[in-house]
Design a protein around this ligand. Structure first.
Ligand SMILES: [Zn+2]
Length: 54
């Protein structure tokens, strides 16, 4: 029986400049909503609240 794939690959997008320098995975059981992570943006040269982009 194939195991259920609950880890989805997502991109993390900077809210200011829309670059997507990070790719990660999330668990859709634990995180059904949009993920937000504080990450460094190389274009803004600072930390931003990156949001999941699909
Ligand atoms: Zn940015």
């Amino acid at each position: 029986m194939a195991k259920k794939d609950n880890r989805l690959p997502i991109d993390l997008a900077c809210p200011d400049c829309r670059v997507r320098p990070y790719t990660t995975t999330k668990n859709r059981v634990n995180d059904p909503d949009r993920l937000e992570l504080r990450k460094y943006c190389p274009r803004c040269r600072g930390h931003r609240m990156f949001k999941e982009a699909r």
